[in-house]
Design a protein around this ligand. Structure first.
Ligand code: NAG
Ligand code: NAG
Ligand code: NAG
Ligand code: NAG
Ligand code: NAG
Ligand code: NAG
Length: 559
């Protein structure tokens, strides 16, 4: 059968009117009228009597078709079978058979009878039919990597001769090897004799085939047809799984830590197992799992795997940083001046933190005092830092002490009538001042345990004034002698104020003496002048005081 088809194809390509071993061959188209020329269409001999067409039956016997007399030109159909309605003849004595089918693939013979001769011209008829359709069936949606997957089945239906189906990838023919399997099949319709060819392609893809276009090609003497398939997504299982910890560089206790499982398969897996500290958690339609508010105990090894292949897994270790800080002192710490003070830092952490101290915002070393002073009071803050964690603890130190008077001084006020007394003391809490005298113009200053109290008073007599300072812890008293403002000329106490008073007195006396000397000098000059001019009038004496007169008289006597 195949060799026959091959033979026929060879004939078609060589031309329809070639003759092989004396028999002419022509092709007709299925369903149409086939024209079979008599003696290649050559004109009949002049002495033609009649022409008769007959055919060879399957059993080898001859079947009559029709006959035409040379003089009448009208054919007489002799056939009594299926050909009776389908045969006719044209003016060149060619036999016409309508509605050709494969059953018409036989040898028809034109018998030319003339007065002198009888010639027979046999013609072999071949009927071609192009495939009624070329279709693709069972087309795949995806291809599997390294696994023979059915790409599709191509069907060329009802053709004669049978259509040939081949496959191409990116326009290059696919040949059968370990990665390509082509399964052809052929069906012959027993009624019509037409062939239906089909071919199934199976293909083991690589990742690069994601862009590949496949095609099924139906080849037939009458028509070629190509159907494209693809490109197809390539599916392949995961070969590598990795676990990602989506977090900052360091994980701090209380952070939300998300574990994310990556797999390189296509399509990407959608379900995973996460293994957390002995727990196995199935996560579906997500690739991640979040640990909310992670605790320090959560440090350790974490794993994830594919839900459908637990052997495909990856692991990561998580280390959680933490830092607890506490001080042996807190809140307000009240101490007495002169006491000792020390503070201890208690820290629990995942590493060695950096510890620093400030007092009222300024950097200091860790507080440690063998003898507290008022200046040591303040807010002490301890700061510990460890990989992004910052912790603060603080206490407020208050140094208290009973007030002590440091000085008690006096000064004459600007108006010379009053005196200003200044009492300086140290003590915490702020001391209260009490004076043993009535006073005005109070002036109070208190800072860092140092208190100064100034008063203005008017001493009408010699006084011993006391300054008393007190707070809840005790009191201190000091006294000072204050002389009456009016009598103080005679005081010669060693105090600075008295020294000032004395020097003022001395200056006063000296100035007084100089004035007297000048006045005496003036009068003497006038007297001498008048004596020389003789115009001195005793009446003018009444201008001076009695004392001055006396002095003048004394001068007169001495001169
Ligand atoms: C069909 O394809 C073949 C080769 O692929 C070619 O030789 C032939 O001419 C084609 N026939 C038609 C009808 O296109
Ligand atoms: C952790 O997640 C919870 C809720 O999911 C959220 O309220 C909280 O603010 C998150 N904490 C941090 C540190 O992001
Ligand atoms: C976790 O998975 C969900 C669901 O797929 C997604 O919406 C979310 O963005 C993912 N979170 C992270 C941090 O990747
Ligand atoms: C203080 O002044 C008041 C009247 O203002 C007076 O009664 C009192 O005796 C004075 N005390 C002294 C210590 O001078
Ligand atoms: C103050 O005066 C008293 C007598 O009134 C005297 O006994 C005392 O020594 C004087 N104090 C000073 C510091 O001069
Ligand atoms: C005040 O004291 C001085 C000596 O310090 C004395 O000379 C004077 O008499 C005293 N005055 C009175 C009023 O007591």
């Amino acid at each position: 059968m195949n060799t026959l088809v091959f033979l026929l194809l060879a004939l078609v390509s060589a031309g329809t009117h070639d003759q092989v071993s004396g028999t002419e061959k022509i092709t007709g188209l299925y369903g149409e009228t086939v024209v079979i020329p008599c003696n290649r269409g050559d004109p009949p001999p002049r002495d033609l009597m009649f022409i008769k067409w007959k055919y060879e039956k399957d059993d080898g016997s001859a079947g009559d078709l029709l006959i035409v007399q040379a003089n009448s030109g009208q054919p007489t159909v002799q056939s009594t079978d299926d050909y009776a309605d389908r045969v006719s003849i044209d003016d060149k004595y060619s036999l016409l058979i309508s509605q050709a089918s494969l059953k018409d693939q036989k040898t028809f013979t034109c018998m030319v009878v003339s007065g002198t001769n009888l010639m027979e011209y046999p013609v072999l008829v071949v009927i071609y039919k192009k495939p009624s359709s070329v279709t693709l069936m069972d087309k795949s949606d995806v291809l599997q990597k390294d696994k023979l997957t059915s790409v599709g089945t191509c069907v060329a239906a009802d053709a004669n001769p049978a259509a040939k189906i081949t496959w191409t990838k990116n326009r290059k023919p696919l040949v059968v090897d370990g990665k390509v399997t082509i399964t052809p099949s052929m069906k012959l319709d027993p009624a019509t004799g037409l062939s239906t060819t089909s071919s199934t392609l199976q293909y083991a893809a690589t990742k690069e085939d994601v862009d590949s276009v496949f095609a099924c090609v139906s080849t037939h003497v009458l028509t070629n047809q190509t159907i494209d398939l693809g490109p197809f997504p390539i599916h392949y299982p995961s070969e590598k799984v990795s676990l990602e910890i989506t977090s900052k560089v360091s994980i701090i206790e209380g952070d939300n830590v998300t574990l994310k499982c990556h797999a390189d398969g296509n399509p990407p897996p959608s379900s995973f197992f996460f293994y957390l500290k002995g727990q196995k958690i199935l996560v579906e339609n997500s690739d991640n799992y979040t640990l909310n508010g992670i605790s320090r105990e959560a440090s350790g090894e974490y794993k994830c795997s594919l839900a459908d292949d637990e052997k495909m897994q990856a692991s990561q270790s998580i280390s959680v940083s933490y830092l607890d800080l506490s001080l042996s002192l807190s809140g307000q710490v009240v101490k007495t001046v002169g006491d000792t003070l020390s503070v201890s830092v208690d820290k629990s952490s995942s590493g060695e933190p950096k510890v620093s101290w400030t007092k009222n915002g300024k950097a200091v070393s860790q507080p440690e005092f063998s003898k507290l002073t008022y200046a040591d009071s303040g807010v002490y803050v301890c700061e510990a830092v460890l990989s992004g964690i910052v912790q603060h603890q603080s206490f407020e130190l208050v140094v208290e002490g009973k007030p002590v008077i440091k000085s008690l001084t006096k000064l004459r006020a600007a108006d010379a009538k009053h005196k200003v007394l200044s009492c300086e003391a140290e003590g915490v809490p702020e001391p209260r001042f009490q004076w043993s005298v009535n006073h005005t113009g109070e002036d109070i200053f208190y800072n860092n345990g140092k208190a100064t109290h100034k008063i203005t008073m008017e001493p009408r007599e010699n006084l011993t004034v006391s300054c008393t300072v007190s707070n809840k812890l005790g009191e201190d008293v000091r006294t000072i002698n204050v002389s009456s403002v009016f009598k103080e000329k005679n005081e010669n106490q060693g105090s600075r104020e008295d020294f000032q008073d004395q020097s003022k007195l001395i200056v006063g006396v000296v100035v007084g003496l100089l004035v007297i000397a000048a006045v005496v000098g003036l009068f003497y000059w006038l007297y001498m002048k008048n004596r020389r001019q003789g115009s001195w009038k005793t009446g003018e004496k009444e201008m001076g005081t009695s004392e001055e007169s006396k002095k003048l008289e004394e001068n007169n006597h001495t001169v």
